[in-house]
Design a protein around this ligand. Structure first.
Ligand code: ASP
Length: 623
């Protein structure tokens, strides 16, 4: 027989009682986390989201309650009315904040039973993730998940408060809209009233937030869901949450200050004091130094050591090893990875992203510093100094193989070569993580959280497959004022690999943390004439541009203020703060890598009736 809650009210949460409450009457409600039966004494760990309190039921004092308590099982929901008692010193539980007290039950109400769950919130060993996701409501009861979701809440609130205090209005934008330009596949929603027509779920509120600037709201933000139908990787979700903002009349620095401000607030909510302003680095510099547009600065940059050679030495070295002296000679250095075996050295470059390199058409690697020091003692000294190599560092030297065939197809630019070296750097960083320890939290935020602004991205990138220039960002990103003239190359420029389009810098920036891109944004184009030029530069005719973005091009003609903004991934920020290794640990109801929600079992087929109403017939390809 279950009891009713009736008028009974809680006096405390289960994590709240302390020694100073001893002697008080208390009413707690929660789940039976564990029951221990010691004959006359029965203990229940009662749990709610705030913690656990030990309940004691003494048969001699209260036989009826004891009898009832014997029927309790894991995850039953109960209310306990009792007296708070200080525990004997030898029974204090130092592991929990309520460990100095217990509640001696006078009355027990069983509010609900529970079937035996497939796993228990108190289990130390977790079942596989499919079970966790199918029974997400049980999984979310676990303390770790409760903490993650609480953290997510605190971080969101801190961001909201900061932005609101800085004049930003939180304004909602539609979910049922038309295709937005972030470059992924859209999720579509069929219209019933206009059969054959579809809404698209927004890949971001990009055009709406720009229109809100045209509408005079001056500063907008939204913590908003975005939808992108992409092939999922470990750290992607089909629906994810962005901290999206836009402001009128900003230089990039104004946007950065706001982001630094709300990230400071968010990290503070998680107990970390971070330092601002964040360092800044141009895209070109990031590529040269790290071979990556989102450098992980917890490990040293690469060093081009050509300076360590005089010109004759460089000439001889380059011709002996058939490397190009017009491309960097990169030292890749992993601190403290020290002594590795000769075999290990020989395998460097044959695993991971650098596979294409060793013994291939791409690069020459020098992985044996001892031999280098023997063959080139003086140069070696200079290299050690220039690249700041310590005795226990693992390091190697990479030069671009002088291979006319590769060079001819444009496959060996500085950027491309540095990118390959950057992959190797990251591979080695992972491989020797235990030795250098740079990825472990030290408790010092300046070391643990290496933020960076990457600026001056190229506006266009050359697509080698389709042999044309594409927008590197969404096409509403503004070029640098000084680079505008390079847009005037006409339609031929789009398919010309040597056109000045490749030199145009965008007013685009990314905020990066520990080698992860947290967000990206830009100053936008606010003039219709320039917007049209960009569409043309992308090979879009005026008619094509009108049919895709006509409403927006028209809006630009009605007094659009200069504006710019950014969007950061909330899920990723919370994941980093929680120290979690998957986005699914910080999203209450995530999807699997196959974009399935295992709890509600979505997606599912729908009835013929629904399809008829929508005017849709399903044609499934049979493999
Ligand atoms: N809409 C962009 C994105 O989702 C961000 C921005 O430019 O503000 O990546």
């Amino acid at each position: 027989m279950l009891d009713f809650l009736g008028e009974l009210q809680r006096t405390h949460m289960c994590g709240e009682l302390r020694a100073s409450d001893a002697g008080k009457k208390a009413v707690l409600m929660g789940w039976v986390n564990r029951r221990r039966d010691l004959g006359n004494l029965l203990f229940i760990d009662l749990r709610d989201r705030s913690g656990i309190t030990q309940i004691v039921i003494n048969k001699e004092l209260n036989a009826a309650v004891h009898k009832k308590a014997e029927t309790l099982k894991n995850e039953y929901v109960v209310a306990v009315i009792g007296n708070v008692k200080q525990r004997d010193p030898n029974t204090v539980n130092k592991n929990i904040p309520t460990g100095e007290v217990e509640l001696v039950a006078d009355e027990l109400r069983i509010l609900n039973e529970s079937k035996q769950p497939p796993f228990l919130p108190s289990d130390n060993i977790l079942p596989n993730e499919e079970i966790r996701l199918k029974y997400r409501y049980i999984d979310l009861r676990r303390d770790a998940m409760q903490r993650n979701i609480e953290l997510r809440h605190k971080v969101s609130i801190a961001i909201r408060e900061y932005l609101s205090a800085h004049g930003f209005f939180e304004i909602e934008t539609p979910f049922m809209t038309r295709s937005t330009p972030e470059g992924a596949r859209d999720y579509l929603v069929p219209s019933r009233v206009q059969p054959g027509s579809f809404y698209a779920l927004p890949q971001s509120p990009q055009l709406f937030k720009q229109i809100l600037m045209i509408s005079g709201f001056d500063r907008y933000f939204q913590i908003v869901r975005c939808f992108r139908d992409e092939d999922l990787r470990a750290d992607r979700q089909p629906e994810f949450t962005q901290i999206d903002l836009e402001m009128s009349y900003p230089q990039p620095e104004r946007v950065w200050e706001i982001v630094e401000g709300f990230l400071t607030a968010a990290f503070e909510a998680a107990g970390h004091q971070i330092k601002t302003p964040f360092p800044r680095m141009s895209y070109d510099e990031a590529m040269r130094l790290y071979g990556n547009d989102k450098p992980d600065m917890r490990l040293p940059a690469m060093t081009d050591v050509r300076e360590a050679f005089n010109s004759d030495e460089l000439q001889q070295f380059a011709s002996k090893f058939k490397i190009r002296k017009d491309l960097p000679l990169q030292v890749i250095r992993i601190p403290k990875a020290g002594d590795i075996s000769g075999t290990e050295r020989r395998t460097i470059g044959t695993y991971g992203a650098f596979q294409h390199v060793q013994g291939s058409t791409f690069a020459q690697l020098m992985t044996d510093p001892k031999r280098f020091a023997k063959d080139y003692p003086e140069i070696s000294e200079r290299v050690l100094k220039l690249a700041k190599i310590a005795p226990d560092d693992l390091w190697l030297l990479a030069g671009a193989l002088d291979n006319p065939e590769v060079a001819a197809v444009g496959g060996q630019s500085v950027q491309h070569f540095c990118e390959k070296c950057g992959f190797l750097r990251l591979d080695l960083a992972q491989k020797y993580a235990a030795k250098h320890g740079a990825f472990e939290r030290s408790g010092d935020p300046a070391r643990d959280f290496r933020f960076l602004w990457v600026t001056d991205f190229p506006m266009f990138e050359w697509d080698r497959d389709s042999r044309r220039w594409n927008a590197a960002h969404h096409p509403f990103t503004s070029p640098h004022d000084q680079d505008m003239a390079k847009l005037d190359g006409g339609f031929e420029a789009v398919t010309d690999p040597k056109s000045p389009l490749g030199e145009i810098r965008a007013l685009a920036y990314d905020v990066v943390l520990n080698g992860t891109e947290l967000g990206s944004g830009s100053i936008r184009i606010h003039r219709q004439d320039i917007q049209s030029k960009i569409f043309r530069a992308l090979g879009m005719t005026d008619d094509e541009a009108r049919s895709r973005f006509g409403f927006f091009l028209e809006a630009l003609e009605y007094g659009t203020p200069p504006h710019g903004g950014i969007a950061l991934g909330l899920d990723r920020i919370v994941m980093i703060l929680a120290g979690a290794d998957s986005l699914r640990e910080v999203i209450p109801f995530p999807k699997t890598a196959r974009a399935v929600d295992l709890m509600v079992d979505a997606p599912t087929p729908v009835s013929d009736e629904q399809l008829r109403e929508l005017g849709i017939a399903i044609r499934i390809k049979k493999d």
